[in-house]
Design a protein around this ligand. Structure first.
Ligand code: OSB
Ligand code: MG
Length: 355
């Protein structure tokens, strides 16, 4: 699927998405999953190709045809697999959608969600000029998004964010560095404290809990961890060390909904706010994110924008729309939207069927 614009983050840009969809069939009903792994290993170690290989060679042979108590336990036979959480999550979330459809329940209800409508924000990629960024942010603010996230990197940070803050003094703003800095940049990052940001996301290394804690001691703005948090164990480590004040939960990154709920429940108990991040998903993965964001601890707007923000045409009907900065979780079964199988077929480059 071709993105409407090249989406630039500190580690590079993306124009095309190779979306790995998983259909899980039982009793004539289909559950849909989306693996969020990217084309290149620049966000996590996984790619769409490693995920395909792990699913084909290791996950599916262990799981297909086995009895399972429900989606919550579908990954039990592959608990021996280390990492590869995006591959596992794609399958696990398909199982949740399947279970919800088999029980004729909306996925958000099966997950225990309570919030509706859900407030949403938008993530804005790096732009060539501050003027272009200010113009884009203005459009999203006008559209009503409840939080606007600016991608930053060294050389495109304090002055750029200041230009946006000057143009929009009251806008809920945050910045995301995707691990572009080191602790040596602390003086620079501290300058962000003057710009009234809701949080700064993943400023340092994807695996560096200690330096995030050192940086948080020196910054008033809460640090939000994204790449660093892959499990509830990571969340416990981050909270114990003081590495962050906020956590971004992406179900695709943490191994699925069961893991997302463990992180959510732990953060709720510890008073750490969470929100649902995004990975440039198609309408299928967007549906999983909408369902997750209905859980009570998701008190901050997620990176869950309308289908049209990324896609000229999405692969689900109806497409995801944002009304006054909110999305109303659908009441239909499963993710509540219908994948457009004819359109998906025209976009498909590779199919494999397992029994
Ligand atoms: O860091 O949150 C991120 C997109 C791809 C990879 C990483 C990130 C992002 C985004 C976009 O910020 C979120 C979205 O709108 O899907
Ligand atoms: Mg991020």
């Amino acid at each position: 699927m071709r993105l409407q614009e090249n989406f630039q983050i500190s580690s590079g840009g993306r124009q095309e998405r190779r979306v790995l969809l998983i259909q899980l069939l039982a009793d004539g009903v289909t559950g849909w999953g989306e693996c969020v792994a990217a084309e290149e290993p620049n966000y996590s170690e996984e790619t769409v190709d490693t995920a395909w290989q792990v699913l084909e060679d290791h996950v599916l042979p262990s799981i297909l045809g086995r009895e399972t108590a429900g989606a919550e336990d579908v990954l039990a036979p592959v608990s021996w697999i280390r990492g590869n959480r995006m591959a596992l999550a794609g399958l696990e979330m398909a199982a949740w959608d399947l279970e919800a459809r088999l029980r004729d329940l909306p996925l958000h209800e099966l997950l225990g969600g309570t919030r509706r409508p859900i407030p949403v924000g938008v993530s804005v990629g790096l732009q060539d000029t501050d003027e272009e960024l200010v113009r884009k942010v203005g459009e999203y603010a006008e559209a009503g998004y409840r939080k606007i996230k600016l991608k930053i990197k060294p050389g495109r940070d304090v002055e750029m964010v200041r230009a946006v803050r000057r143009a929009f003094p009251d806008l809920p703003l945050m910045a995301d560095a995707n691990s572009a800095y080191t602790l040596a940049d602390a003086p620079r990052l501290q300058e962000l404290d003057e710009l009234d940001l809701m949080m700064v996301e993943q400023p340092l290394g994807y695996d560096d809990f200690l330096d995030h804690a050192r940086l948080q001691e020196r910054m008033a703005t809460p640090i939000c961890l994204d790449e660093s948090i892959r499990s509830v164990g990571d969340a416990r480590l981050a909270v114990a060390l003081g590495s962050c004040g906020v956590i971004n939960i992406k179900p695709g990154r943490v191994g699925g909904f069961a893991s997302s709920r463990r992180i959510h429940d732990y953060c709720r108990q510890e008073g750490v706010p969470v929100w649902c991040g995004g990975m440039l998903e198609s309408g299928v993965g967007r549906g999983h994110n909408v369902a997750l964001a209905t859980l009570p601890g998701f008190t901050l707007p997620g990176d869950i924008s309308a289908s049209r923000r990324y896609w000229e045409r999405d692969i689900v009907a109806p497409e995801w729309t944002v009304d006054d900065g909110t999305i109303l979780p659908p009441e239909g079964p499963g993710i509540g939207v219908v994948p457009d199988e004819a359109r998906i077929e025209t976009l498909t480059r590779r199919v494999e069927v397992f029994f």
